[in-house]
Design a protein around this ligand. Structure first.
Ligand SMILES: C[S@@+](CC[C@H](N)C(=O)[O-])C[C@H]1O[C@@H](n2cnc3c(N)ncnc32)[C@H](O)[C@@H]1O
Length: 336
């Protein structure tokens, strides 16, 4: 069966079930994309709730915001990286006339990576399937493009990135060919990069199950957008939010002192993260386990939730998806 056109939200049912979204909740979708998850969340929180959307891609943010608005649920879209989610939540609270300390969110979702429309647009330069400018920025208005990075990175750094983020065993050879070729002609298109990778693979290209450029393109996308840096910042923010929420719940209410600073996550908030790369999943796994160890959160999923066969058939991108969910404690729990 052919996959229907458009971006399908991955693991949609487990996300909604495990987040236990209820009417009136304030929800932050860190990666609005085409608004698939956001619309489901908006319908669950209803008109008494609020959906805050973030995306680095202004066009996707606008599309998702319109989709949520059509449900009748109040929506606030913020263009930017979820690395700045704490500021975004405070800004959305102000926009809705909510005092920031009462503006904590009840549910958070981040569905990492890129959306199908970004991959399918040759002008964005994410794919070797179409020839186009070698850009790869999720936010094309900021930062260095892939072509600019390829023009200036030392061979060793290029090889390290292709090996670390792409796990390509030919990383050193690929970096060598890129550096050789850029010495005579700058690599400006996806076709030029794909051809350099195929040349580095040599005869092995014929036996490779996937296109030889798959891993190099993934590695460059992660590098161009500092995707692991953004995830680390989000996980740090979740940690701060969880500690603040649990500390607020643990402080005596009537001791005459102000309660500890209430953060951006409400006590009992649930946070769901969907990752597509083993390095990302490892970061999420360790961060969530550490918060549980600190007694400020409880893991709702001990093992990651993955797509079933029927979803994988319908949406091949779901094959590598891993969903992990935690719940922020309402007070610090000792003895776990
Ligand atoms: C997998 S898609 C999300 C799809 C969405 N859940 C849906 O159902 O349509 C990922 C989206 O996250 C955005 N994105 C990736 N990294 C981001 C970051 N650090 N901050 C904000 N948005 C990001 C991408 O631009 C893309 O639109």
């Amino acid at each position: 069966m052919n996959a229907p056109a458009g971006h399908l939200p991955v693991l949609a049912k487990p996300v909604v079930d495990l987040l236990q979204v209820a009417p009136g909740h304030r929800v932050l979708d860190c990666t609005a994309g085409r608004g698939g998850h956001a619309e489901l969340l908006a319908r669950a929180v209803g008109p008494s709730g609020q959906v805050i959307l973030m995306d680095r891609d202004a066009a996707n943010l606008a599309h998702a915001t319109a989709r949520v608005a059509a449900t009748g649920t109040p929506v606030h879209g913020i263009h930017g990286s979820f690395a700045n989610c704490e500021r975004a939540v405070a800004q959305a609270a102000c926009g809705a006339g909510i005092r920031p300390r009462h503006g904590a969110v009840d549910r958070v979702l981040a569905d990492l990576g890129f959306a199908s429309n970004q991959m399918d647009d040759p002008a964005r330069g994410f794919s070797f399937q179409h020839d186009g400018p070698l850009d790869m920025r999720l936010d094309p208005s900021q930062g260095e493009s892939a072509a600019e990075l390829l023009a200036r990175l030392p061979e060793r750094d290029l090889a390290d990135a292709i090996f670390r983020f792409g796990e390509d065993p030919f990383a050193r050879r690929i970096a060598r060919v890129i550096v050789d070729r850029r010495g005579s002609v700058p690599l400006r298109t996806t076709g030029q990069l794909a051809s350099a990778v195929v040349a580095a693979y040599g005869a092995k290209a014929r036996h490779s199950r996937m296109h030889p450029a798959t891993r190099t393109f993934m590695a460059l996308r992660i590098l161009v957008n500092d995707e692991l840096g953004a995830l680390a910042a989000l996980l740090d923010a979740v940690g701060r939010g969880a500690r603040a929420a649990a500390a607020a719940g643990s402080a005596p209410a009537d001791d005459g002192h102000a309660r500890p600073g209430e953060g951006w996550l409400a006590p009992g908030a649930r946070v769901a993260l969907i990752s597509f790369h083993s390095l990302e999943d490892r970061m999420v796994k360790h961060a969530f386990a550490e918060l549980e160890r600190q007694g400020v959160a409880r893991r709702i999923t001990r093992k990651p939730v993955e797509a079933d066969e029927s979803e994988m058939r319908l949406n091949p991108r779901s094959r590598s998806a891993k969903l992990r969910v935690i719940e922020v404690s309402a007070e610090i729990v000792t003895g776990r």
